[in-house]
Design a protein around this ligand. Structure first.
Ligand code: AHR
Length: 639
């Protein structure tokens, strides 16, 4: 392959090509990147997920019941747990620690890591009690092994909800994540028959020390990808199962006691702990641009909000935008300011709905094209002419997207299919984001009739690399490409193929094969693409420059599934002198098997990375070979 790259004639890029979608799927929010350690902390429920004491067990001679007091903690959290002493002839339960205390313990999100760090906790209690509460992190395997404990002076009062806060610093690291959090009290101090507790919360230190923030190891695995774009809050989560149960941004604001939670769409009740402000703080802390999805009045069950009832939802979207980027003295900007954020957040991309070629069936999609998207776009553009409004479907979904809107394309594909679509956007006049993309199914043509792969796998990741190159060649019209979904709990998931896997134990946090590919490309942003002459297939490439670094960049993938030969490359950049040095990074599969993957339980990494310095020869060309099924990056920047 002889490739000659011109020094001009390309297009400016957004420089923000690589990012991810986040929605709460796979317990990626609650029990995932949202650092709360307590599961079912506020006994939230819905028609879909009934009230339960899931995650909780009694300690000592305690009896636990869910309870609806006449005076609830808040309208949003009407149910609490009642803790009362059992009759004295009962055998004390394990965990009574011999001190006669009673209470409750939480199993966490299928375990709880315990480290010598400062944990921040709080709980609300209703009822009279004189004495101390004891908060403990303890082993669930070995009786009486307590890693850390703190006593909290009771301020509880009869007939009143009182919040208690505490810090807990374990004296040692737990050897594994089979641990629990216990909250107990001495029943002799009760001046009521029992106590009610609600919103029992415990956080480890969080990413960038945000209150109500992100789990450090998971956030770091994402930050180390060098992302520049966050699309949220979904995905299907935004749409909701019905027109009454979508992700309503207003329910996610303010004190946790005012957040009702909602059923989500992925098989579990969600807390709303990771709310709009937390997403925006996340973007701020990782320096990400954002694409926010606003609810379009269509739900997954086919509910359609008709045209004559749509205006309140358009107004709601405008309010949401004002909350994010309006001045601090505007109606919703002042709400933001009251929550500790007087400065607006930047917002340049707003997407109307999600995959609305699916939601609401044919009638929904017709309504989307006929009036829904045009009405939202008109209102948003009138108020914010600089915002790019994104349709939740693509031109390839049959939508002739009206200007100045752009589309959203979601290819979940076999790797061969991603490669076949390499040039799909080459002559496409309408801009798109790639709001969700991943290789999900093995080659073979069965696609969605078969299961997803168990993890991202090497040939899938190389297929993704080819599609990323295709998108980046059109980066003037594709301002962002997002992997989805991005996180997966190994304890409960609905979608196996994600960039990062995790469990309660941070040692299991695992970067997938695709993570390494995306990281390599994202770490080398181009400010301009540059036209290249040369053959394509099985070598696919995009070339460009980073004007800030005065460097030339070349991203490539070799996708050869039948011919296993190495690919010789002769690469010249117009204006690059003989003797110029460049760094060439090549990712390969060290196991050889194209179906190999990184498995958290194996702790393996099948991605090999070779970094060499190459030098332009007398003719100004860099000469090298790339192995079969490999991903490569050449950059002339001198670090
Ligand atoms: O990423 C998982 C799901 O795939 C998203 O929720 C949806 O938008 C898509 O169909």
């Amino acid at each position: 392959f002889t490739i000659n790259v011109a020094s001009s004639g390309g297009n400016a890029t957004s420089g923000k090509q690589y990012g991810f979608l986040h929605e709460d799927i796979n317990n990626s929010g609650d029990g995932g990147i949202y650092a709360e350690l307590i599961r079912n902390r506020a006994f939230q429920y819905s028609d879909a997920y009934p009230l339960s004491l899931d995650g909780w067990r009694p300690v000592g001679n305690a009896k636990l019941n869910t309870s609806r007091l006449d005076e609830p903690l808040s309208d949003a959290l009407p149910v609490s747990v009642n803790v009362s002493p059992r009759k004295s002839n009962c055998t004390p339960r394990r965990g009574a620690a011999g001190n006669g205390n009673i209470g409750l313990l939480n199993e966490g999100w299928w375990g709880m890591a315990v480290e010598e760090k400062t944990y921040t906790g709080s709980f609300w209690v209703y009822g009279g009690y004189e004495g101390v509460f004891t908060a403990e992190l303890r082993s669930d395997l070995e009786e009486d092994v307590v890693f850390g404990s703190v006593e909290i002076e009771s301020e509880a009062q009869e007939g009143k909800w009182v919040e208690h806060t505490f810090e807990l610093v374990p004296e040692s690291n737990a050897p594994n994540s089979n641990n629990t959090f216990a909250l107990t009290f001495d029943p002799a101090g009760l001046t009521d028959d029992s106590l009610n507790f609600n919103l029992i919360s415990l956080f480890p230190p969080t990413y960038k020390n945000r209150k109500n923030g992100l789990r450090v190891d998971i956030a770091e695995a994402l930050a180390q990808l060098h992302p520049s774009m966050l699309r949220f809050p979904g995905g299907n989560m935004l749409e909701g199962e019905t027109n009454k149960t979508y992700w309503d941004w207003k329910d996610t604001l303010g004190p946790l006691k005012d957040r009702p939670g909602f059923p989500g769409v992925w098989g579990y009740q969600q807390t709303h702990g990771l709310g709009l402000v937390e997403y925006l703080e996340w973007a701020q802390d990782m320096d990400l641009d954002i694409v926010i999805g606003v609810w379009a009045g269509l739900a997954l069950n086919g509910d359609i909000t008709p045209k004559d009832e749509l205006q309140p939802f358009i107004d709601d979207a405008l309010n949401q935008i004002e909350f994010i980027r309006g001045p601090a003295d505007s109606t919703w900007g002042s709400v933001r300011a009251s929550l500790g954020h007087p400065d607006p957040w930047p917002l340049h991309y707003v997407e109307v709905g999600n995959e609305d070629w699916l939601a609401g069936g044919d009638a929904g999609w017709e309504s989307y094209q006929e009036y829904r998207f045009p009405m939202f776009m008109k209102a948003i553009r009138e108020a914010y002419p600089d915002i790019t409004v994104i349709s939740s479907g693509a031109t390839s979904d049959g939508y002739d997207i009206p200007a100045p809107g752009i589309g959203d394309y979601h290819p979940y594909r076999e790797p061969d299919a991603l490669v076949e679509e390499f040039d799909m956007f080459d002559n496409q006049p309408i801009g798109h984001i790639i709001g969700e993309v991943a290789a999900t199914h093995p080659n073979g043509g069965i696609g969605w009739d078969g299961d997803l792969m168990p993890f991202p796998w090497w040939i899938g990741s190389v297929g993704e690399a080819v599609s990323l190159i295709g998108y980046e060649r059109n980066a003037d019209r594709i301002p962002a490409t997002c992997y989805a979904p991005v996180l997966r709990s190994m304890d409960r998931w609905q979608w196996a193929v994600t960039l990062v896997q995790f469990a309660a134990d941070p040692k299991l946090t695992t970067r997938s094969t695709s993570w390494y590919v995306w990281e390599l490309f994202a770490a080398h942003p181009m400010t301009h693409t540059l036209p290249a002459e040369g053959e394509l297939d099985p070598l696919f490439y995009v070339s460009g420059t980073n004007e800030d670094k005065q460097s030339f960049i070349w991203k490539a993938a070799v996708y050869n599934t039948t011919d296993h030969a190495d690919v010789p490359v002769s690469l010249s950049f117009e204006g690059v002198e003989p003797g110029t040095k460049a760094t060439l990074t090549v990712l390969t599969n060290i196991e050889g098997d194209p179906y190999a993957y990184n498995d958290p339980h194996e702790g393996n990494n099948i991605v090999g990375s070779t970094v060499t310095t190459v030098e332009a020869g007398d003719d100004g060309a860099f000469e090298f070979e790339l192995p079969e099924l490999s991903v490569a990056l050449l950059d002339t920047a001198q670090e």
